[in-house]
Design a protein around this ligand. Structure first.
Ligand code: NAP
Length: 487
């Protein structure tokens, strides 16, 4: 760490668009500023793509598709493997860069670099396991050959909260499957993606396979590419509201879609749970990424016999968390991404307290510079509160009380979202029974973190379509082709 400086890591990143294997200024030389959310200071200026730049990126991806699909799977896998090694080798610099643009504490940023790299290792291994089949037709005469082929050029859109991992979770399987890409990171955190681009080039990714657009006009640049029809897939991670809009745009040319959208995770603690483990679990599920995670525990349901003890211990832990700039040693609560995020969290807390919730710690925004909101615990929260239906996306832990298993399941499922649910119990039968009843794509059973590159990540209901990671992750970038053979 000693050899790297804040200005040094920002300086080292390409600041232009990356199109057809070349760093390119945006049309008219337009740029925009990227800022540090803990100070509000500008870190650097980077290229601001126009719709014409977007079309040039799509042209490059379309032009490179046939040659890329013909690469040996082993070669594609080895590019990923080299990029994995480079990511780990540069983890300290990349973590600092991420903390500067996004705000999360350095230790968490470094954890994200490792997590992000693991997608490359996983999909390096998957690239050489794309399978097919040969079968005898029911009539005994014909034969079925089944093979898998890359979907084709893809459009990838990623959010600001995990600036590196949400990229590698899409780029990894796209490379493994043989798809070319146009990727658009969030304007608030584009530097991690630009750094990743440099690493993939160094790892030997051919020209035109990955094209990167940074822009302040995400809708204006991406909609024409979606409607163009030459890209065959959109993989999006972000809010449900934007996801819905993009699904409509994709309908026009019937693009394949993967949608990783918003969450509203319930965290259910039964009175037979190991309380120490449940407190550790809720701290992880609530405070990972300062609460700015789609998997964040949004509603904490605790059985009535233990709710007072649970709330007391949770408050003790939350009130002890150091808040500050993510680069400072020991900080756990970094800044939120922007002032709008602080305003939204403040409004949700005010709405809950107006309806009778009590604040045990935190509860009001901290004056700037920077966009800080402290770790907060609310008890006695009404089921009518807005935060039962909306993502808090901040370090606020609302505790609700329940008596029966049925009551807990009904409350937990009372949301349009279905990404992840957590439950803590020492009774394995209850654990499995409730896991089956919870409406979510993922369940943390006595576990506060579910994300793992080797497991299928994704939601049901309005949390999305498709899965990323695991053995199914690559299928999102493959088409199945069946060849009917007459002998
Ligand atoms: P967002 O506002 O939906 O933005 C996500 C991405 O879409 C950004 O790159 C954004 O670019 C872009 N975008 C916005 N409007 C667009 C449009 N009309 N056309 C094309 N692109 C557009 O979400 P966010 O606030 O960045 O991220 C937080 C949300 O992501 C939360 O709801 C969270 O739960 C969800 N999330 C889900 C997962 C998951 O795996 N399910 C993982 C992480 C986050 P600009 O910001 O530059 O406009």
């Amino acid at each position: 760490m000693s050899s790297i400086s804040e200005s040094g890591v920002v300086e080292a990143v390409g600041k232009e668009l990356f199109i057809g294997g070349k760093w390119t200024a945006a049309a008219g030389g337009k740029t925009f500023a990227v800022s540090d959310p803990s100070t509000g200071k500008v870190l650097c200026e980077i290229a601001d793509a126009s719709p014409a730049d977007g079309m040039a990126a799509l042209d490059a991806a379309v032009g490179a598709q046939a040659a890329w699909a013909a690469y040996a799977p082993r070669e594609r896998g080895e590019i990923l493997r080299r990029a994995y090694d480079l990511l780990l080798h540069r983890a300290d610099e990349l973590a600092l860069l991420m903390t500067l643009e996004m705000g999360k504490p350095l230790a968490e940023a470094k954890g994200e670099i490792t997590y992000a790299a693991e997608f490359f290792r996983w999909f390096a291994e998957e690239a050489v396991r794309i399978d097919g089949g040969y079968a005898v037709a029911p009539n005994g005469v014909g034969r079925f050959l089944v093979t898998k082929q890359p979907v084709g050029p893809t459009l990838l859109i990623t959010p600001w909260n995990f600036p590196m991992a949400m990229g590698t979770r899409k780029i990894g399987p796209a490379i493994a499957a043989g798809c070319t890409m146009v990727i658009k990171p969030a304007a608030q955190t584009p530097l991690s993606m630009l750094a990743l681009t440099g690493i993939l080039v160094e790892a030997g990714l051919p020209e035109g396979v990955l094209n990167v657009l940074t822009t302040t006009d995400s809708g204006g640049v991406m909609e024409p590419l979606i409607r163009d029809g030459r890209a065959r897939k959109l993989s999006f991670t972000g809010s449900t509201a934007v996801g819905r809009k993009l699904l409509e745009q994709c309908a026009d040319k019937v693009l394949r879609t993967s949608m990783e959208l918003g969450g509203n995770a319930p965290f259910v603690v039964f009175d037979d749970a190991d309380l120490d483990a449940a407190i550790d679990g809720v701290m992880q599920a609530k405070m990972r990424n300062i609460g700015e995670a789609c998997t964040a525990a949004n509603r904490i349901y605790v059985q009535s016999g233990i709710v007072d003890e649970f709330s007391r211990r949770l408050t003790e832990r939350m009130s002890a968390l150091p808040m500050g700039r993510g680069t400072e040693p020991g900080v756990v609560v970094g800044p939120l991404i922007d002032e709008a995020a602080v305003k939204k969290v403040s409004e949700l807390v005010k709405d809950a307290t107006d309806r009778g919730a009590q604040v045990l710690t935190g509860g009001s925004a901290v004056d700037g510079p920077g966009h800080f909101y402290p770790a907060t615990v609310l008890v006695g929260v009404s089921a009518e509160s807005r935060l039962t239906q909306e993502e808090i996306f901040g370090p606020v832990a609302p505790v609700f009380t329940f008596d029966t298993e049925d009551e807990a399941v009904t409350a937990a499922n009372n949301t349009e979202f279905g990404l992840v649910s957590y439950l803590y119990t020492s009774d394995l039968k209850r654990g499995l029974r409730v896991s089956e009843r919870l409406e979510a794509g993922m369940i943390g059973l006595n576990q506060g973190v579910v994300s793992n590159p080797a497991a299928p990540f994704g939601g049901i209901k309005q949390s999305g379509l498709g899965r990323e990671g695991g053995t199914v992750g690559i299928d999102e970038f493959l088409e199945v082709k069946y060849i009917a053979v007459s002998l």
